[in-house]
Ligand binder design. Structure first.
Ligand code: CMP
Length: 230
């Protein structure tokens, strides 16, 4: 059998890019073009990547790691709007409307991003107009999710908000329905707009009633008919 020829560094970089869903829909030629315009940057865990209210017009595409998108107040309280992972992007709002950043973004893991400046993004769109449609699709999806979140925050009590957030984050893994994100109880509290103590009480109640099993940071959903209130 013939030995496989090792990949050149350019081929390796292209394969790397192809693993990012945002780029995977592009042809090799389109990919080459975007790649030549993007800058790569790494951040350690818990680093501030974007700050709400600051000016900026770069788009960040996540190669690896997870980030939280949040808004906070001067007392350090925060509400997490969304957790994003590999293949997702952020920073598109200021890129599009040239307004200050709508939220802050910080890394939950050591993370690596491909960064496109406004000019680079415009060049990408000129060359590959499909990129604009991809961004529009994601924007529409984010508005839908934000509508849902407003409804949940306004119409449900904390118990219901915890239950609905657990279901939203749940994915099947090894035949079990698990909360996909490794989240601390404080993160979960920041997602539902409640205190950590309250979330701890609700998780314990759901576990005592046999709806979920909690083990360290992992939560398994045993019965998906989670009760919306006590
Ligand atoms: P921008 O306003 O440039 O900087 C903050 C980024 O957070 C924003 O672009 C979006 O990419 C992202 N963001 C803001 N609100 C949400 C949301 N509700 N869901 C997902 N991402 C968001």
């Amino acid at each position: 059998m013939q030995a496989k020829k090792p990949l050149s560094s350019i081929e390796r970089a292209a394969t790397h890019f192809k693993n990012v869903p945002f780029f995977s829909q592009l042809s090799d030629k389109e990919l080459e073009h975007v790649k030549s315009l993007a800058m790569e940057k790494n951040y350690p865990k818990n680093a501030v990547v974007l700050t709400e209210g600051e000016m900026g017009d770069s788009l960040y595409i996540i190669e690896s790691g997870r980030v939280k998108v949040f808004i906070g107040d001067e007392d350090g309280r925060e509400i997490i709007l969304k957790i994003l992972g590999p293949g997702d992007f952020f920073g598109e709002m200021s890129l599009v409307d040239k307004q200050p950043r709508s939220a802050s973004v910080s890394s939950l893991d050591p993370s690596s991003f491909h960064i496109l400046s406004h000019n680079a993004f415009e060049k990408c769109v000129e060359q590959t107009p499909r990129i604009a449609t991809m961004v529009m699709n994601v924007l529409a999806q984010r508005v839908r999710e934000a509508d849902k979140k407003i409804g949940t925050l306004a119409l449900m009590d904390v118990y219901g908000r915890v239950a609905s957030t657990l279901l939203e984050l749940a994915v099947f893994s090894n035949g079990k329905l698990m909360v996909g994100e490794r989240l601390s109880q404080q993160d979960l509290a920041n997602m539902v707009g409640a205190s950590r103590e309250m979330v701890n009480r609700i998780l314990k109640d759901l576990a005592d009633r046999g709806f979920i099993a909690v083990e360290s940071k992992s939560i398994t959903i045993i019965n998906r008919d989670l009760p919306p209130s006590l």
